[in-house]
Design a protein around this ligand. Structure first.
Ligand code: ADP
Ligand code: MG
Length: 243
């Protein structure tokens, strides 16, 4: 397993935001997490990337216990996170946003002496093709369409060579065509990286759910199964889909 989570919990004040007993992900698996607002989905990603400290639990990633490591250590271990909120630099070009992402991987000292080299240029251009931004590399990131901005955010994660990518609501606010392209991109990424995607749009979930969908409700795993299994599960309908 690439990721094995046991008894992971965190509370904020009196509220237990997450209490997840078992969760595991195989290398190059794409897992979709669904569930109502406030279910603890983003909190789970916050815990995995070290942004939030857990109260209890173990998280083994790539053979190492990562709980307690800093965000930077976890990123260096190979977990990349795309947040719901945008984090690109709007006044820089798409290319420069991607260049910065390759620099972030290196230490501060290394980046001070960083020189543009053709290997990095190749990597940026290759990644731009993968995410469908090769035609807009010179554009200001702020001028991109909403969908293109999301793909740039994904590119920034890809450029850090993660073994696991955490992607929170990638299709929010996208057109149908952009959503479909995003689905194709996530499926392609999962041929090389483990991917966990949080998503609301069940049409989109159907497109990308290859194996297992995990349903979180009130910080707990309600069930896990194929898209068809969870969609027809009465408990899922009652607590999430039927609302
Ligand atoms: P989801 O992503 O499934 O919509 P979240 O993980 O964002 O849900 O939130 C789960 C619960 O934890 C919510 O009730 C939310 O208000 C609460 N919560 C999340 N992050 C924090 C925080 N940093 N401080 C306090 N409460 C939080
Ligand atoms: Mg969320």
């Amino acid at each position: 397993m690439l990721l094995t989570v046991k008894d992971l919990s965190v509370s904020f004040g009196g509220l237990q935001a997450l209490n997840l007993h078992n969760f595991s992900l195989a290398p190059r698996e794409l897992r979709v997490i669904i569930g109502p607002n406030g279910a603890g989905k983003s909190t789970f990603m916050d815990l995995l990337c070290g942004r939030t400290k857990a109260d209890h639990g173990t998280v083994f990633f790539d053979g190492k216990q990562i709980l307690g490591m800093t965000e930077i250590q976890i990123a260096e271990m190979g977990i990349g996170r795309k947040f719901q909120k945008p984090s690109i630099f709007p006044s820089l070009s798409v290319y420069d946003n991607m260049l910065l992402a390759t620099k972030m991987k290196k230490s501060v000292l290394a980046s001070l002496f960083f020189k543009m080299d053709s290997a990095i240029d190749d990597k940026i251009r290759h990644t731009a093709v993968r995410v469908g931004l090769h035609g807009v590399l010179d554009k200001c990131a702020g001028e991109l369409s909403h969908g293109q901005k999301q793909w740039l955010e994904i590119a920034i994660v890809v450029l850090q060579d993660p073994k696991l990518m955490l992607i929170d609501e990638p299709a929010a606010g996208m057109s149908d065509r952009e959503t479909e392209k995003t689905g194709e991109l996530l499926l392609e990424l999962s041929t090389q990286h483990g991917v966990i995607v949080i998503e609301h749009d069940m049409h989109f979930v159907k497109q990308i759910a290859q194996k297992t969908v995990t349903v979180l409700v009130n910080g707990q795993q309600l069930t896990e199964g194929t898209f068809e299994e969870v969609r027809n599960d009465q408990r899922v309908i009652d607590s999430y889909l039927g609302r």
